[in-house]
Design a protein around this ligand. Sequence first.
Ligand SMILES: C[S@@+](CC[C@H](N)C(=O)[O-])C[C@H]1O[C@@H](n2cnc3c(N)ncnc32)[C@H](O)[C@@H]1O
Length: 280
Amino acid sequence: MPEAASEPASAQTPKLDETPEPASAQTPELDETPEPASAQTPELDETPELDETPELDETPELDETPEPAPPRMDPWLRNAARRAIGFMPDEEGVALYEAGLLGAEVGPLLEIGSYCGRSAIYLGAAAREKNRLLYSIDHHRGSEEHQPGGGYHDQRLVDPDSGLFDTLPTFRRTIEQAGLEDVVVGIVARSEVVARDWATPLGLVFVDGSHSSEAVQGDYEAWAPHVEPDGILAIHDVFESPEEGGRPPYEIYLRALDTKMFVEISRAGSLRVLKRRHPA
Ligand SMILES: C[S@@+](CC[C@H](N)C(=O)[O-])C[C@H]1O[C@@H](n2cnc3c(N)ncnc32)[C@H](O)[C@@H]1O
């Protein structure tokens, strides 16, 4: 290489009487033909960490506030709810459970329409987590559609002695098997009767009793005022389109929003979850 030629003789030509070192040890640089400085630093080109700064580009999530993980319902109770007799789809049940958690921060929970206990398990799971109670009201004689000849009649729920539709034994068994007897307080009566003397402020009211216009409007008028500020009013079977289902639950949903006392905070299927505002 030209550089070797320009070096002083002492460095260039070892004395002949000196035993030369083996070539391999003596002249590695000469044999390897050193490259110019610019080409000599392939290592720098091969270090993408320096040029590409992947750490900075790939970790913006660290700077962002992570989304809070959605609450998870006890899987055993969720399975029990799925297996219970009832109409509420699991997706709506989990949304009801989440609404129950919010409501339970404010006060006890109350549902109108226990049926066989399915929705009571979703709400009961939330109540248990927050050390609250769920009051579950039903006369247990079924709504209009549950009677013989109705679209939702279930012959298994007819008392063979009386011949009457009766969901109370099944409800009791559902709650007992779910281990929620100390959390879910069944009240066997018509909701309008219980409302007469009710005085306890509530963290959540879930309206899922009779779907007749008179009954739904009555449940709204009797129970919505008991929902505390920041508490929840949940309504089932709310259908915007008349082809999908009856109007009364949709009508009280609109009525609640019209008052400006409630704002919608979530929905799942036909479930609407409203939160009570603080008075202005
Ligand atoms: C659609 S079912 C409730 C389903 C239940 N929430 C569930 O998801 O598992 C309606 C229930 O409301 C009850 N019900 C109807 N009218 C009522 C009233 N005036 N007071 C209390 N319960 C009533 C019926 O007996 C029936 O069990």
